[in-house]
Design a protein around this ligand. Structure first.
Ligand SMILES: Nc1ncnc2c1ncn2[C@@H]1O[C@H](COP(=O)(O)OP(=O)(O)OP(=O)(O)O)[C@@H](O)[C@H]1O
Ligand code: SF4
Ligand SMILES: [Mg+2]
Length: 322
């Protein structure tokens, strides 16, 4: 039987920013997000730059304190608890493999740091063995331990970041766009490695990406974000075959589909205008300023999530009519 590992309810993250008149305004980076991830599952989270994906990942790990909402991990409400024991269970692989590794530390010490913080090695010998074993797990070797991050390629740096995340033997990892900074030729290697690690270690992933085509392969379910909100959540295949929300439809229409039959039916939907500012999101449906189907009700009422069978949920007033 599947069991929920993580539940996020009504999560909000508002960042205070000073405007020109010394008044405080708020960037509504995450504005009421609800989802769960089952044990051993991968949930993909996609959306354009700035829609709040990283902020969701960091807030649910309590690297940022949530403005509002609840985070439940393995049945325990961790919204306000001391996170130290959970840092061992919940890890993150960062978006930028160049900025996320301390340039003054050796690779051995980068991977060894979480081992030290959580007292996971009884002595220096065990610590060294653990570090070498972690490097080998991610396709590096013992010779790499004494080198510095600048001596490595982007793909190798991301492997070091993954080894660091694995050092505490975690259950859950937020993979924040782990391949978007890498050459296309390296991307598949890193994805395959993450999939193998998941199988071997029984890991659960929140896998963040810009692009639906990347998460389709690796995710069991996918959530689509727009301006701080999840607008649609469904099984991967279901999301691709039958996207319900106009925003998801536009994202998918931009991806070439190899299936000839589907290609003929596919019409490219080009969105007008830019994403509005999260400082001042539109009333009602936040997508309404760019939605080709927007009507009066869309400006007045926030669309609520409804289920359309098969645990496929979407928030739009006009599903069924469009
Ligand atoms: N520490 C912060 N202070 C103020 N605003 C922030 C902070 N972090 C993020 N933001 C803002 O919150 C919004 C969401 O940012 P976030 O980094 O979560 O987006 P993202 O979906 O991960 O984007 P990308 O795909 O480019 O990584 C953006 O408008 C961003 O400018
Ligand atoms: S609620 Fe209205 S504006 Fe929002 S996606 Fe649906 S049709 Fe478009
Ligand atoms: Mg991000």
């Amino acid at each position: 039987m599947t069991k929920k590992l993580l539940e996020v309810n009504g999560l909000k993250q508002y960042f205070p920013v000073k405007d020109g008149f010394l008044k405080t305004n708020y960037v509504k980076a995450v504005d009421g997000v609800t989802f769960h991830i089952d044990k051993g599952e991968t949930l993909g989270l996609v959306g354009e730059s700035g829609c709040g994906k990283t902020t969701v990942g960091r807030t649910l790990l309590r690297l940022y304190e949530p403005t509002e909402g609840q985070i439940i991990y393995d049945g325990v409400d961790i919204t306000n608890v001391n996170m130290l024991p959970y840092r061992k269970k919940m890890q993150i692989v960062f978006q930028d493999p160049y900025a996320s590794l301390n340039p003054r530390m050796t690779v051995g010490d980068i991977v060894g740091e979480p081992i030290d913080i959580h007292n996971l090695a009884k002595n220096a010998k065990i610590r060294k063995e653990k570090i070498i074993s972690l490097l080998e797990t991610v396709g590096l070797n013992s010779e790499h331990a004494n080198r510095y991050p600048h001596e490595f390629s982007g793909g190798q740096r991301q492997r070091i970041g993954i080894a660091r995340a694995l050092a505490v033997d975690p259950e859950f990892i937020v993979c924040d766009e782990p391949i978007s900074a890498l050459d296309v030729s390296i991307q598949a290697q890193v994805i395959n490695m993450l999939e193998d690690l998941q199988k071997e270690m029984g890991l659960t992933y929140l896998f963040i990406a810009h692009d639906l085509s990347i998460v389709k392969h690796i995710s069991n379910r996918v959530g689509v974000m727009y301006l701080g909100k999840i607008v649609e959540l469904a099984g991967s295949d279901d999301m691709y075959r039958n996207p319900l929300h106009p925003y998801t439809q536009s994202l998918l229409s931009a991806i070439p589909i190899p299936d000839v039959r589907l290609c003929r039916e596919q019409e490219r939907i080009i969105l007008q205008g830019d994403v509005p500012s999260p400082l001042n999101p539109p009333s009602g449906c936040s997508f309404r300023t760019r939605c080709p189907y927007a009507k009066e009700i869309c400006a007045k009422e926030i669309p609520l999530f409804k289920e359309y069978g098969n645990n496929h949920i979407a928030a739009c007033h006009r599903i069924g009519e469009i």
